[in-house]
Design a protein around this ligand. Structure first.
Ligand SMILES: [Zn+2]
Length: 132
């Protein structure tokens, strides 16, 4: 049997959770309740290199899943941080800052123009209703 034929066969297997160690294992039949390593240990069968290699892969899988969990948590935290709106300047402070930075007060400075443009973009997109 070729490697490809073996790969095709194992792809058809389901995934069980070992009742002994809690790790996933390839479940070929419904009655299989333990991973190959736990099954052999519970029956006092000889554990071969292939069984140890399976155990090694279970350990690698746990490490990888822990890394994935951490990466997802960090990604979620980073996306929430990015989504946070810019701080609001209250009590007309933004309007005063815009007035102070306006390029008219700084000899038409390019830097003052850029800062003022950024400050203007911070203003609320929906105009406040005027008091009657
Ligand atoms: Zn097990």
């Amino acid at each position: 049997m070729t490697r490809e034929e073996h790969e095709t066969e194992v792809r058809s297997w389901g995934e069980g959770v070992c009742q002994e160690c809690g790790n996933p294992f390839p479940q070929r039949q419904e009655y299989e309740k333990s991973c190959p390593v736990c099954f052999k240990i519970s029956r006092d069968y000889k554990v071969l290199w292939g069984d140890q290699a399976f155990l090694w892969l279970q350990e690698k899988l746990q490490e990888t899943q822990a890394e994935l969990h951490t990466a997802r948590r960090e990604l979620k935290a980073a996306s929430q941080k990015k989504a946070a709106p810019p701080p609001r300047l209250r009590g007309g402070l933004l309007r005063q800052v815009i007035a102070l930075c306006h390029p008219d007060h700084h000899g038409g400075s390019e830097r003052a123009t850029k800062v003022t443009q950024q400050l203007l973009s911070m203003r609320s997109k929906t105009p406040k209703k005027r008091k009657p």
